[in-house]
Design a protein around this ligand. Structure first.
Ligand SMILES: Nc1ncnc2c1ncn2[C@@H]1O[C@H](COP(=O)(O)OP(=O)(O)OP(=O)(O)O)[C@@H](O)[C@H]1O
Ligand SMILES: [Mg+2]
Length: 162
């Protein structure tokens, strides 16, 4: 896959090199710092690309200290953080995009923020993400992130990323 912003028409798009797991975790901490009520964070990428790893880092950055299981089987996990309610979704096992309507994404955004892995399984049933992260495997320990969304996320492109 070619890492590029060509397919995105959001106000902001940029490509970030994540040279290590620590760099992905640093990105998560930065996203946590900017996350607001109504934010929809779409996490796209192949199996093992690092979507759950990034979601865990975001939740940790918001102060979640409990274990964060992958919602592969439950489809959604709820978290109450110090300043924001967050729902973490994994749509991999969705068989029909119509199931999305029962998952309460609109309510999640009314109450807080939502992080969604495998958003492409929802077809066109999800609103646009305010932040869309596409993770690509560069090698075993490095990833490339294509970030796009509303312009307030532009600062994510400024490091440092270890
Ligand atoms: N730079 C990196 N960023 C993110 N993960 C990395 C990186 N380097 C190595 N990894 C490892 O890659 C794996 C990513 O797994 P993870 O469960 O986060 O992927 P996923 O995209 O959620 O997959 P799935 O589609 O199965 O849910 C983890 O074992 C993680 O430690
Ligand atoms: Mg995952």
């Amino acid at each position: 896959m070619v890492s590029s912003c060509a397919r995105f028409s959001q106000p902001f798009c940029g490509v970030l090199a994540l040279g290590s797991l620590a760099a992905t975790e640093a990105l998560g901490a930065k996203i946590a710092g900017g996350l607001e009520r109504g934010d929809l964070v779409l996490l796209e990428g192949d199996l093992g690309a690092g979507k759950t790893t990034l979601a865990r880092a975001i939740l940790k950055g918001l102060g979640v200290s409990e274990a964060v299981p992958s919602p592969t089987f439950t489809l959604v996990q709820h978290y109450e953080t110090g300043r924001l309610a967050v729902r973490h979704y994994d749509l991999y096992r969705i068989e029909n995009p119509r199931e999305i309507d029962e998952l309460g994404v609109e309510e999640a955004l009314d109450e807080g923020a939502a992080l969604i892995e495998w958003p492409e399984r929802a077809g066109s049933r999800l609103p646009d993400g305010t932040l869309h992260v596409v993770l690509e495997m560069t090698n075993e320990t490095a990833r490339t992130a294509i970030l796009s969304g509303v312009s307030r996320w532009k600062n994510l492109l400024a490091g440092p990323y270890v």
